[in-house]
Write a protein that binds this ligand. Structure first.
Ligand code: SME
Length: 149
């Protein structure tokens, strides 16, 4: 696990590509791509979109297939949607409420995506390495999302 992961280049790329872009799906696709390409320790990067007051549906992502529907009641993505707070799990095998999309995933971070004061999606990142994500990642990812939506 890197002590500090620099998001500078990824932030520059996202800012450059998404400048003046108003389409949320286009921005989600670009952010997922830049994060996935930017960090080899990320094995899945993607968005689950809020489709009603109790359900998430898969949005733009990079990596192997993700499940299509996640209710707010299930998994880490659901917990993030319910609490609107970033979730970090060092060992996904140690928690019961985790939806396994890839058997190789060891740790995960899920960050809420807010727009105009309401939740529109969550950003989910998985890693094959245990304890890959820190509060520093949370801060950086939250800043990217706040600046983008
Ligand atoms: N692990 C997530 C499900 C999504 S996949 O990781 C792509 C969860 O527990 O909500």
């Amino acid at each position: 696990m890197p002590a500090t992961r620099s998001y500078d280049e990824v932030v520059r790329n996202i800012r450059g590509l998404c400048e003046d872009e108003h389409d949320d799906i286009a921005k989600m696709a670009t952010i997922a791509c830049e994060l996935f390409q930017g960090f080899e320790e990320f094995n899945w990067v993607g968005f689950y979109r809020v489709v009603d007051d109790a359900n998430l549906k898969i949005g733009p992502y990079q990596g192997s297939h993700g499940c299509i529907d996640i209710p707010f009641s299930n998994g880490l993505c659901g917990a993030c949607a319910r609490t609107q707070e970033t979730q970090i799990v060092d060992d996904v095998n140690a928690i019961a409420d985790h939806i396994a999309c890839s058997a190789s995933t060891r740790s995960e971070i899920v960050v809420p995506v807010m727009k105009d004061g309401r939740l529109i999606a969550v950003l989910d990142i998985d890693s094959d390495h245990p304890a890959e994500f820190t509060q520093q990642d949370a801060k950086q990812l939250e800043a990217i999302l706040t600046a983008s939506f």
